[in-house]
Design a protein around this ligand. Structure first.
Ligand SMILES: Cc1cc2nc3c(=O)[nH]c(=O)nc-3n(C[C@H](O)[C@H](O)[C@H](O)COP(=O)(O)OP(=O)(O)OC[C@H]3O[C@@H](n4cnc5c(N)ncnc54)[C@H](O)[C@@H]3O)c2cc1C
Length: 357
């Protein structure tokens, strides 16, 4: 059978692109190397823009049971500050990603887990799978994005509620920052504590592992360290900061993290993935013509480019303990200074593409 589209990777970018293509009458095969539900290194926080995109696509229900968020507490040295959030939800990636796949399948997408595809191959004939177009949505390791020199790496784990200090209360994101990285903690459904971090690779090595690196950053800001933290089954990521030079090629498109990523501090990766999936679908649903390459490149720049610039600036500030501490102090005196950044992060997509449900 020849598919209209083969989508490689069933994270938010892949599942939503697949579903949107199916809703436009396309025959879509979605594959992932993993079997689901699966955990993924992620802070698990969806911001206002992500929630709005899901709602617009008729997917608001996938957030059922998630924990509403109204605040982020940022600590640097001995100081901390609370920044108000207009909207946010914390939900584990095991549940969230599985629900997005189920929603795609309900629209007619065929999902095959446990299939490793050479995501770098831009051929439309991949092993036995034939498709008119290929969507590469395989995350940080997909596409041709090369890591930036000096990039941080990610690490994460989810702890049982009984192993998590009550200090970390539901509804708030806790961000502990240090010279060599930062650690985010948030309660997801069932009160489990999701922990996700970005570190300089050398710091992880000198600390003796991801768990010990996280422990050291939490201790430095005076926050409680979960007893099970360093012995927990931490998972790591490859280098985080990367930019793809090719966003589309002959009969292929790259979307989500595979198209480039910055850093997780602003908690926007899923919003970028969802908004770019929404923007890609109307293009990938068209009969193939080479003009689509340029069209996707300019659309991607418009939808994601500016947002990633904001995240780049925030990530640069975090590299300097002096600037971070100054920012935390300033926010303590004038919390409204955070408003423009929070607004930029949460502003809606410039290209809503609604297919009637
Ligand atoms: C430490 C950390 C914290 C973060 N915190 C947040 C946060 O709080 N909020 C937020 O919005 N974002 C956060 N992010 C970013 C977010 O996780 C990503 O931006 C988002 O998951 C991107 O979605 P995606 O669909 O592009 O890729 P992914 O979610 O990575 O999905 C890619 C899928 O492709 C599959 N795959 C990979 N290679 C292949 C292959 N060869 N063949 C088949 N399948 C393959 C993988 O198994 C995976 O399921 C964080 C990231 C990190 C590292």
């Amino acid at each position: 059978m020849k598919w209209d589209a083969l989508v490689i990777g069933a994270g938010p970018a892949g599942s939503v692109t697949a579903r949107e293509l199916a809703r436009r009458g396309r025959r879509v095969l979605l594959v992932d190397k993993a079997t689901f539900p699966r955990a993924k290194v992620c802070g698990c926080c969806l911001n206002g823009a992500a929630i709005e995109t899901l709602e617009r696509l008729g997917l608001g229900g996938v957030l059922a049971g998630g924990v509403p968020l109204d605040r982020v507490t940022i600590a640097a040295g001995s100081r901390s500050v609370d920044v108000r959030l207009k909207r946010g939800v914390a939900i584990s990636r095991a549940i969230f990603d599985m629900r997005l796949i189920d929603a795609a399948v309900r629209e007619g997408v065929e999902f095959r887990p446990g299939i490793m595809n050479s995501s770098m191959s831009r051929e439309t004939k991949q092993s036995e799978i034939e498709a008119n177009v290929v969507i590469v949505a395989s995350g940080l390791t997909g596409g041709d994005a090369t890591p930036k020199v000096g990039s941080r790496i990610g690490g994460g784990v989810v702890l049982a509620a009984k192993d998590s200090p009550t200090f970390y209360s539901p509804g708030s994101i806790y961000m502990a920052t240090g010279r060599s990285g930062y650690v985010g903690l948030v309660r997801v459904e069932d009160e489990r504590l999701d922990i996700a971090a970005a570190f300089d690779p050398a710091f992880v090595k000198s600390s003796g592992g991801l768990g010990l690196a996280a422990e050291s950053i939490l201790r430095a800001v005076g926050w409680p360290v979960p007893l099970a933290l360093s012995g927990a089954p931490w998972k790591g990521t490859p280098a985080l900061t990367r930019r793809s030079t090719t966003l589309a090629g002959h009969r292929s498109f790259v979307v989500g993290d595979a198209a480039g990523y910055v850093e997780p501090f602003t908690g926007e990766g899923m919003a970028w993935a969802l908004m770019s999936a929404e923007a890609l679908a109307p293009l990938a649903a068209q009969d193939w013509h080479p003009g689509l390459i340029r069209k996707w490149e300019s659309t991607h720049r418009r939808v994601i480019g500016k947002r990633q610039r904001v995240c780049r600036v925030v990530s640069q500030v975090l590299r300097s303990p002096m600037l971070t501490s100054l920012a935390v102090r300033a926010l303590g005196v004038m919390p409204q200074l955070a408003n423009p950044v929070v607004a930029a992060i949460n502003r809606p997509s410039p290209l809503p593409n609604v297919v009637p449900t």
